[in-house]
Design a protein around this ligand. Structure first.
Ligand code: 5GP
Length: 196
């Protein structure tokens, strides 16, 4: 089956997208899924930010410079991409379509701007909003250790409120109670049965 004839899904497996406000804990969920559910394929994004300690090229991200990222955009190789906190992040298109064609459960963990682009490009995708247990909990996380200046904190909280309002654009919400619970719910949604 061709994977080049547009982005309509060739198989009964849908693409699942995990998104939500920054600070809600998406990357922790993905790290646990990677460990406990290797049968789920997690898309590896390209980013222009520098690797953090412990991150490996090709595992958490493909690390690219600005020129390479420009090239990926120009050649249409990204399914979606967004600017986030001064760096660019994008999802390579071909690996996603290949996994979907092969019937492999496929998950993207991306920001809200990216989720909106996937919605537009692939209307069949299942968009999951990861929500904090409460606004107070997200606020606590966004305030961090209190080392940031007040204007930075105020800006983060303002962005957090806007991001929470995006929930209604999603197909469903999973509340981030515990990482294990979120993983179980995601796995059930994706129709993958084996567990840790
Ligand atoms: P971090 O730099 O902390 O790993 O990620 C920052 C943000 O970028 C997170 O909200 C994460 O979901 C988002 N992100 C990671 N990869 C992608 C991607 O390929 N596309 C988009 N739109 N956002 C991404």
């Amino acid at each position: 089956m061709s994977i080049h004839g547009g982005d309509s899904l060739p198989h009964d497996r849908r693409l699942t997208v995990l998104s939500g406000p920054s600070g809600v804990g998406k990357s922790t969920v993905v790290a646990e899924l990677r460990r406990s559910h290797p049968e789920v394929w997690l898309s590896v994004s390209v980013t222009t930010r520098k690797p953090r300690p412990g991150e490996t090229h090709g595992v958490e991200y493909f690390f690219a410079d600005d020129a390479e990222f420009d090239r990926l955009i120009a050649s249409g190789e990204l399914l979606e991409w967004a600017d986030f906190a001064g760096h660019r992040y994008g999802t390579p298109r071909t690996p996603v379509l290949e996994r979907l064609t092969a019937g492999v459960p496929t998950l993207l963990e991306i920001d809200l701007q990216g989720a909106r682009q996937v919605r537009a490009a692939m209307p069949d995708a299942l968009l999951v909003f990861l929500a904090p247990p409460s606004w107070e909990e997200l606020e606590r996380r966004l305030r961090g250790r209190g080392t940031e200046p007040p204007d930075v904190i105020a800006r983060r909280l303002e962005v957090g409120l806007t991001e929470m309002a995006a929930e209604k654009e999603f197909d469903l919400t999973i509340v981030n109670t515990t990482v294990k619970d979120v993983c179980h719910r995601l796995i059930a949604l994706m129709g993958s049965s084996s567990s840790s």
